[in-house]
Design a protein around this ligand. Structure first.
Ligand SMILES: NC(=O)c1ccc[n+]([C@@H]2O[C@H](COP(=O)([O-])OP(=O)(O)OC[C@H]3O[C@@H](n4cnc5c(N)ncnc54)[C@H](O)[C@@H]3O)[C@@H](O)[C@H]2O)c1
Length: 279
């Protein structure tokens, strides 16, 4: 069996964000190995031999528009992977970078996604339980333009106080809500997300700092490890533990899979579900 053919990325146009580091960089390396024409975007420089790279702040509409103008006319797979940690005082930026800008990019690029193409996000175990907040998330999802979204976020400070979690809940809601939307399903475009558990990446230090009320990285690290690792005598994932499954998800291997938010956390969220189902 020809493995490159099985994946189906050879000579196909793939757009991926956040590729300067972490999970997306791992995904990008595998996409290159599989023969894709990779167009990679990040706020930081990208040091991989991609077809074209762009440096842009994807939390800003004009920056997204600038990049979109230059991306290819047809895109076979789109991967939205970039994000920042949820620091207090940065709530609006977190929502725009981690969710609304990604929804905006998706919808602007949708006409260029090929028949049976794929759109894959990196969400998080942080979005676990999004079903409880589904209708609120849908309010954001149904907003069409950038300025209305900014107003909505500014008028709902309580909802975006837990900024990282809310953005990931919106992302999971988006996948669940849009998979059968005519704009996607009429051309059999698949839309999915992976929801990673605790992974050591370029974001780890910021996650640690933003998890502590005083910004103390050591204290934040202890809190995170207590929540995600210690309960199962576990260990942190590596970027490729997430980046490689993401590449599989966007590939022809998963040709009949859409609308899925897949937790990749060694079973942690299943154990949370198990506890709540038994109660
Ligand atoms: N690391 C974890 O434990 C963890 C857990 C769950 C989910 N995630 C998610 O995984 C994804 C990848 O993050 P990672 O952990 O590999 O971190 P990372 O910092 O290594 O990678 C994120 C990339 O996004 C880029 N980026 C940040 N803001 C940007 C902006 N405004 N415009 C363009 N690019 C921007 C960064 O420069 C970086 O290269 C993110 O969506 C994150 O929320 C991470």
């Amino acid at each position: 069996m020809d493995l490159k053919k099985l994946f189906g990325y050879e000579n196909k146009n793939v757009v991926i964000t956040g590729a300067a580091s972490g999970m997306s960089k791992s995904a990008c390396e595998l996409l290159l190995e599989l023969g894709a024409n990779v167009y990679a975007i990040d706020i930081n420089p990208i040091d991989l031999p991609v077809k074209k790279s762009y440096q842009a702040d994807l939390g800003k509409k004009e920056e997204i528009d600038r990049v979109i103008k230059d991306l290819p006319e047809t895109i076979d797979a789109l991967f939205l992977c970039h994000a920042i940690a949820g620091f207090k005082g940065k709530e609006l930026e977190v929502e725009l970078v981690n969710f609304f800008g990604q929804k905006y990019m998706t919808e602007e690029l949708l006409p260029r996604i090929t028949y049976h193409g794929s759109i894959s996000f990196i969400s998080s175990v942080g979005g676990f339980g999004y079903e409880q907040n589904y209708k609120t998330c849908l309010e954001v999802i149904n907003i069409k333009d950038w300025d209305t979204a900014v107003n909505w976020y500014q008028n709902h400070p309580d909802i975006i106080a837990n900024s990282y979690v809310f953005a990931k809940q919106c992302m999971n809601t988006y996948v669940t809500n849009k998979c059968m939307d005519n704009a996607f399903i009429s051309r059999k475009i698949r839309i999915n997300a992976i929801c990673p558990g605790y992974t050591i990446t370029g974001l780890s230090d910021d996650f640690n700092k933003s998890s502590s009320a005083t910004g103390n990285a050591e204290e934040g690290k202890e809190m995170i490890e207590n929540m995600f690792i210690n309960g199962w005598n576990g260990y942190a994932a590596e970027p490729k533990d997430m980046g490689y499954p993401l590449v599989v998800l966007g590939s022809n291997i998963c040709s009949y899979m859409s609308g899925e938010c897949i937790y990749i956390d060694h079973g942690l969220t299943s154990s949370w579900k198990d506890k709540s189902l038994l109660n």
